[in-house]
Ligand binder design. Structure first.
Ligand code: MSP
Length: 519
């Protein structure tokens, strides 16, 4: 594998980041970090989607310019990702100059190709979706099913993109590449949507929407939503119809584009058609993740249950975001919906990170110090059963990541930790030491510590700070590529620094969780 390029959806900046946005960014960061452990050239793009009527209206209500509003809100997203250690390489904003210029060129190229044409149109426009809706998509009362608002009847002369021209090619691509849409069960949904696909409006009259990118040769129109938003994935890495950058040629096509299930249609249909029209290769996978609910309830402003990720960090007084990252990344099976609750968060991270993983490391290291002064002076044969499971776990985790099964990979890591806990309980190294069976005792301890080196590598994408801390206490090089991971990391001469032994994760106490609930 010589490169890995991953992207997230770009978030609308008409509100603050919430836990649903955070879920996607953490999931992508975990995937990205895993692939940095497998290849040297991994790249992670995220950003914000800043044009459209909603921003224009909110800015007007607040008496500021749309750009000022975008600047304020985009910063909140950047701050949130920083607090969560979401380690992107580039943050694209659709108001960035380079993006706007290339979007104009893309539009022009598609006009010249005959794939974009001007057409008078009367449609039902939902400002919540920033999209025209079909009559058959509305509720019985004629409302938008997502926003429960009556769409306006809008008559405009707009530019249209010939989506229908690419219908057969897209169907063929999806059928011939059954793993293109992850999880695969969503492919049928997309194929059904393709049945009724029509050309789409890709501009708005400036008289109705002014906050957008101007069409180059038609100052009365602004480029609207999807050509602007979707193009971020290529403009941000240097695509240019007049000659792309070296970086673009190296990174494109994306290996996996991570998005929510609600925008799968746009990514597996509209985006493919735009790329086909530009004669560009298609992304290898689109990962459509599920929806995050709060206490099993859909998050909504009206219910007042929208949670910001930084609030969780603050309420639980987390010095590092690892526990929240671990919880979110393993919140749902691949593509399925997941849930956040304070109680479950606390229970799960206490059980997995403090009790099982942290405690095992801490007591094993402490025993090594107690019985051997932290110094491996002789060759101890490692226990084969547990070591074999560790080797198999490395393969299983890589396999799960190949299918973007992030929760499933985390479960494999915890199963290995559980086995190591069982092994140490069954082997009773403290009793062996008491009986003077020091060879056997050393063998048990080094076997477990060896496995913990592997655990630190595998858990790194989820819990980067904890993993580095574990590796540091183990005097282990966490930079080893996953394909080169081996058992036998604790060799003769390996020295544990006894002054450096400390718990890698402290249990979240119940009072803090109560405090969070009260807020
Ligand atoms: N701006 C568009 C995406 C354009 S991509 C070229 C958009 N923005 S959004 O802010 O509404 O959503 C951004 C991402 O967050 C989407 O992938 C969406 O699915 C995801 N989520 C928004 N709420 C969510 C949950 N409650 N749970 C999980 N993800 C959710 O759509």
């Amino acid at each position: 594998m010589d490169k890995f390029y991953t992207t997230t959806a770009i978030d609308y900046v008409n509100g603050a980041p919430h836990i649903g946005h955070a879920y996607e960014k953490i999931l992508t960061d975990v995937i990205f970090r895993h692939y940095t452990q497998r290849c040297d050239n991994a790249f992670f793009l995220t950003g914000t989607d800043e044009h459209g009527i909603k921003i224009q209206k909110t800015a007007a209500e607040r008496g500021i310019t749309p750009k000022e509003l975008c600047d304020q809100n985009a910063q909140q997203f950047k701050d949130a990702w920083k607090a969560l250690d979401v380690n992107y390489n580039h943050f694209v904003r659709t108001t960035d100059d380079y993006h706007e210029k290339v979007v104009q060129k893309i539009f022009k190229k598609l006009v010249e190709k005959g794939d974009i044409y001007k057409h008078s149109y009367t449609g039902l426009y939902c400002s919540g979706c920033e999209a025209f809706l079909n009559e058959k998509d509305l509720t019985e009362d004629g409302l938008c099913p997502d926003h429960l608002k009556k769409p306006e009847v809008v008559s405009e002369e707009n530019y249209f993109f010939k989506l229908s021209k690419y219908k057969d090619a897209i169907i063929k691509h999806i059928k011939q590449n059954p793993d293109f849409i992850v999880p695969t069960f969503r492919a049928n949904e997309v194929l059904n949507q393709l049945e009724n696909i029509e050309d789409i409006s890709v501009s708005r009259a400036k008289s109705n929407v002014s906050w957008g990118i101007d069409v180059l040769d038609d100052k009365e129109q602004v480029i609207y939503v999807w050509i602007d938003a979707l193009s971020n994935y290529i403009t941000a890495i240097g695509y240019d119809p007049d000659g792309s950058s070296e970086q673009f040629n190296k990174l494109w096509p994306a290996d996996v584009q991570v998005i929510g299930k609600d925008i799968l249609k746009f990514h597996s249909i509209y985006w493919l058609a735009i790329l086909m029209a530009l004669d560009l290769p298609l992304p290898k996978h689109i990962l459509a993740h599920g929806w995050i609910t709060i206490d099993e309830t859909k998050m909504s402003k009206s219910l007042g249950n929208v949670i910001s990720p930084t609030t969780v960090i603050e309420n639980f007084e987390l010095p590092i975001p690892d526990a929240f990252r671990y919880y979110m990344a393993s919140a749902a099976p691949c593509g399925k919906d997941g849930n956040y609750s304070d109680e479950d968060f606390k229970e799960k991270v206490n059980a997995h990170l403090a009790n099982s993983m942290g405690n095992l490391l801490n007591r094993t290291l402490s025993m090594l110090v107690k019985y051997f002064d932290g110094d491996i002076k002789q060759e101890f044969k490692v226990e084969t059963e547990l070591s074999k499971q560790a080797e198999q776990t490395v393969k299983d985790v890589m396999h799960h990541f190949d299918y973007y099964e992030i929760q499933e990979a985390a479960q494999k890591i915890m199963q290995l930790v559980d086995s190591a806990n069982k092994y140490i309980t069954d082997s009773e190294p403290w009793a062996l030491a008491k009986n003077g069976e020091m060879d056997k005792c050393g063998q048990v301890l080094t076997t477990v510590l060896d496995v913990m080196c592997i655990v630190s590598s595998l858990i790194y994408p989820y819990c980067p700070n904890i993993a580095k801390d574990m590796a540091n206490q183990l005097s282990y090089d966490i930079g080893t590529k996953l394909q080169d991971l081996k058992t036998d990391n604790i060799k003769v001469g390996h020295l544990i620094d006894k002054a450096n032994i400390h718990p890698v994760f402290l249990r979240l106490d119940s009072e803090l969780a109560d405090k969070s609930q009260k807020k």
